[in-house]
Design a protein around this ligand. Structure first.
Ligand SMILES: [Fe+2]
Length: 388
């Protein structure tokens, strides 16, 4: 099998890295800046400082759009936001916010240079003209969208999330600054990090995995697992927040290169049909997918166990993998993420719809699981998180 691996985004990272961005953008000779700022973080003190660093510098003309918070973007919204910038000179789009705002920025960058509507580019490798350069400042550590050639949008007509992917999609530069994450609510930190954990663990374990994705997925897992609870409990722990960003970025790289597994797959219909936030929609399955895989003979989790409980001498890979499943379950509870989907209005009567949507739309994710994972297994997984 031919193995391939790519990383294509430059990154700046570390405490206050985002406050150096205006100098960097000036060096790149980009002057007319379109900013897409997630409404949910627009008043965050550090985000305000970033915006001011551009507005107070006479070299730039800035045009700011505040994007709606709390819902993942659809193609109509992509067209609406593109129209906001369309009649202005724009050299560069800067997206500041969670995964939705970042994906929106990636999409708008494309649509400012390509004709037609956003939905025309749904699918793979349909963007022929490179877009306006896009720079991202993620304010959540989760999607890793800054590392991928994917921008996810919902097709409202088909009630399906299927993004714009492939060549000419992505960001030129991303800034990973822990200062924008410190004040995020607990559920945002944990929900986002669970998304990154899905990427890290499923990229590590999946059938496509190779030496690079295993190494990077493993490193990402260690950073996320060992720092999430610290970051939730102590908003002053800047190193823990920085490590979460690095973990989510690495997890994004790993997942983009080799793909995900069942947790990734089932998260899509839960997001499009029930508006379950993406991180929770995938993360809630992780403890169950891990246990399922161990019980069906997949023992590579032993390597991940060594990262979280020391190198326990004398344990077999099977013992380590079983302990890993237990430890991960405990960890999941410590994040305060929901244990079932009742709070999102999903009930047992919805299981069959979710099974059939997953089988129709995300079969490739199931095929990547390291042990066989079929329709009945999807049903089993759903029954673990959907209660009567
Ligand atoms: Fe994801």
């Amino acid at each position: 099998m031919l193995n391939k691996f790519s990383c294509h985004t430059d990154i700046m990272f570390g405490q206050n890295a985002s406050l150096s961005l205006s100098s960097k953008v000036k060096e790149m000779d980009l002057r007319h800046i379109g900013m897409i700022v997630d409404e949910g973080v627009a008043l965050n003190t550090h985000v305000q400082k970033i915006i001011t660093s551009f507005e107070s510098d006479g070299s730039f003309q800035t045009n700011i759009f505040r994007s709606r918070a709390g819902s993942e973007p659809d193609y109509d919204y992509l067209d609406e936001v593109t129209a906001f910038f369309h009649d202005s000179v724009i050299d560069c789009i800067i997206g500041i916010g969670g995964g939705s705002a970042c994906d929106l920025a990636k999409g708008v960058g494309i649509m400012l240079r390509n004709p037609g509507k956003g939905i025309d580019y749904r699918g793979f490798d349909k963007v022929n003209i490179p877009g306006v350069p896009v720079i991202l400042i993620p304010t959540t550590a989760g999607t890793g969208t800054e590392a991928t050639r994917t921008a996810v949008f919902t097709d409202k007509k088909e009630v399906r999330k299927l993004g714009i992917n492939g060549k000419n999609v992505g960001s030129l530069l991303a800034v990973l600054d822990p200062m924008v994450l410190l004040d995020a609510p607990r559920i945002i930190k944990s929900g986002s990090a669970l998304d990154a954990l899905v990427h890290a663990i499923e990229a590590f374990a999946c059938k496509n995995s190779n030496t690079l994705s295993k190494a990077i997925g493993k490193e990402a897992f260690g950073l996320l697992f060992n720092n999430l609870v610290k970051a939730i409990d102590d908003k002053g722990d800047i190193i823990a927040h920085e490590n979460l960003f690095m973990g989510s970025h690495l997890a994004g790289i790993a997942m983009y290169n080799v793909g995900g597994g069942p947790a990734s797959g089932i998260s899509y219909p839960l997001g499009s049909h029930f508006k379950v936030p993406h991180g929770i929609a995938g993360g809630i399955f992780l403890p169950h997918v891990i246990r399922f895989n161990v019980e069906h003979g997949f023992l590579d989790y032993a390597e991940l166990y060594d990262l979280i409980d020391g190198h326990k001498e004398g344990l077999t890979p099977e013992e380590k993998s079983l302990r890993f499943a237990d430890k991960f379950q405990e960890f999941y509870c410590d994040t305060s993420a929901p244990l079932n989907l009742t709070g999102y209005g999903v009930s047992t009567k919805d299981i069959e719809l979710l099974v059939s949507l997953t089988m129709q739309q995300r079969l490739e994710n199931l095929k990547l699981n390291p042990v066989n994972f079929g329709e009945n297994d999807v049903r089993y997984l759903l029954s673990k998180v959907i209660v009567a």
